[in-house]
Design a protein around this ligand. Sequence first.
Ligand code: MF3
Ligand code: CO
Length: 258
Amino acid sequence: MIHLKSDREIERIRSSCRIAAETMACVMEYVKPGVTTGELDRIADRFIRRQGATSSAKGYQTAGRPPYPGAICISVNDEVVHGIPGPRVLQSGDILAIDIAVRKKGYHGDMNVTMAAGQPGPDAARLMHTTKQAMELGLLASVSGNRLGDIGHAIQGYVEAEGFAIVREYCGHGIGRSFHEEPQILHYGRPGTDRRLQSGMVFTVEPMVNQGSAAVRELDDGWTAVTADGRLSAQFEHTLVVTDEGPQVLSRFDDLPF
Ligand code: MF3
Ligand code: CO
């Protein structure tokens, strides 16, 4: 069942998204060559707790996986999603997807930005730009009356026309009292198919885009997914609500750059 959110619930989700976005801005200031992903995680963890919130990721359990150990996910270069922060030292030109989700007053907010440590190469820059645009097209397609397949099609069509590949194994998700709830938001699909979007639905759009093949594999740590061919991957994510006036992005704020 898809739970349609009341205005009061939407404001709570927006407040959690605000904390996630402020955490992102804080962490981004520390992203540079020489820093470890573990240091970035500790900075995020402290910031989140200082806002009276908790990390949605930390301790998160799902079938067949150990509890997630980090406060945030940091996926570097060929890591596609769920990268675990640790001793890895960022090198100049690395790209990293930082995924931040928090809960406060019973509601979650979720977002992800890919950025470079130092100066990205031209290919990495184009991959990041395309992935951001793909997310934007997904957000724009999240119009009441459209169907879920319209969102997936908008994302996939654009990504493939740019010569990149969309990852199939991970999707966006409804969000609210639970970190992950219905519906699943596939980042590929056929127009006019699947469930119809309704005002009050709150979900994430979070395409993962690979430079080479779409294939991924998971590492022995039980979480980290990497590209099968070792080439780069990028991801962007926002949380939105479908309204009669169009999609409203709950994790985007005028004073923050993402
Ligand atoms: N935004 C990612 C998702 O929705 C974050 C996952 S956190 C983890 O799946 F704990 F599951 F790793
Ligand atoms: Co998410």
